[in-house]
Design a protein around this ligand. Structure first.
Ligand code: PBG
Length: 340
């Protein structure tokens, strides 16, 4: 895949060539289809909250809910039954468990670890992805430790290692560092291996941009209020940059990443394409909360055909070169794909 177009120097022009011929019927359109979206391409991000038998809507993400662990287990079963390979769990941490240094992230009995254990026990064939970053756990909403107003790198990496270890211990099979600290993939890989978790995969948020499209996610996990007017531009990539994203990906691969990710998705398809071309790695893309909100919000008002924009956007990620997509539409898309 991804070799350049094989255009002959002098293609027989119209009327010899009519590109509409192949588009004429459904069977020939299907026959010339270049990319296929399948349920095996989908990873489903799920918000986990405290409680039992509790579910509540995320206002800025129509159709998305925060679920207590028992409902997460049930939802994970639905996802597995549909053939979705993996889910990604994101904890909505109680405000009274948040601290400046986010120590709750390394508590083996924290919300996300309890959710991982429950899902792993109930559905052992489902991949479980866990974010590594401190923002759900810190009172300031930053992904790392703040010293003298700066998010410090190396001390944060130590905290991220502790977080990754408790998550792996709980049964998480894919550690996904989303914090963008330098050197964290290598440190986490070494620690996982030293602790007997050499089979645990690392999917690095390798090219993660300082994006305004994460807004609804920060509402969903309750980190928006903590972060306030602050931003993450001292560690996430400037949306203006492309070459820098490739350097980030190269480093994460060198440090031992098994899979790499680009995030957000739709505004960064050029980056997805470049990453896949340059490295040929298993490459994933995150259709983030703001992208979901745009599509689902417009669909809810009848301004867009929700099902069609969902499938079109997901297929576009595949065309750009992604091997899979993290999407809040995963279950809806899987149902639609299964229905044929
Ligand atoms: C945490 C994290 C974020 C997302 C995934 N992990 C937010 C952020 O970096 O501020 C965003 C996902 C989304 O918007 O759907 N570091």
């Amino acid at each position: 895949m991804m070799s350049g177009p094989r255009l002959s120097a002098n293609p027989g022009a119209y009327p010899l060539t009519r590109l509409r011929r192949n588009r004429r019927d459904d069977w020939s359109r299907r026959l010339v289809g270049e990319t296929r979206l399948g349920v095996e391409d989908l990873i489903w991000p799920v918000f986990v909250c405290e409680g039992d038998g509790w579910r509540e809507p995320v206002e800025s993400m129509p159709g998305v809910e925060r679920l207590s662990i028992d409902f997460v287990v049930e939802a994970a079963g639905d996802a597995a039954a549909l053939g979705i390979p993996a889910i990604a769990l994101f904890p909505v941490v109680d405000p009274d468990r948040k601290t400046p240094d986010g120590e709750e992230s390394a508590n083996p009995d924290n919300l996300v670890c309890r959710a991982v254990r429950a899902v792993a026990e109930a559905h052992d064939s489902l991949g479980i992805v866990c974010d590594v970053a401190l923002d759900p756990f810190t009172t300031h909403g930053q992904d790392g430790l703040v010293r003298d107003g700066i998010v410090v790198n190396d001390e944060t990496v130590q905290a991220l290692v502790r977080q990754a270890l408790v998550q792996a211990e709980a049964g998480c099979t894919v550690i996904a560092p989303s914090d963008m600290m330098d050197g964290r993939v290598g440190a986490i890989r070494a620690a996982l291996d030293a602790d007997g978790h050499e089979h645990v995969r690392i999917m690095s948020y390798a090219a993660k941009y300082a994006s305004a499209f994460y807004g609804p996610f920060r509402d969903a996990v309750g980190s928006a209020a903590q972060l306030g007017q602050a931003d993450k531009r001292t560690y996430q990539i400037d949306p203006a940059n492309g070459d820098e994203a490739l350097r980030e990906v190269a480093l994460d691969i060198a440090e031992g990443a098994d899979m790499v990710m680009v995030k957000p998705g739709m505004p960064y398809l050029d980056i997805v394409h470049r990453v896949k071309e340059a490295f040929g790695m298993p490459t994933y893309v995150y259709q983030v909360s703001g992208e979901y909100a745009m599509l689902a919000g417009a669909a809810a008002r009848g301004w867009l055909d929700g099902e069609r924009v969902m499938l079109e956007s997901l297929s576009a990620f595949k065309r750009a070169g992604a091997d899979g997509v993290l999407s809040y539409f995963a279950v809806q898309a899987a149902r639609r794909l299964r229905a044929g």
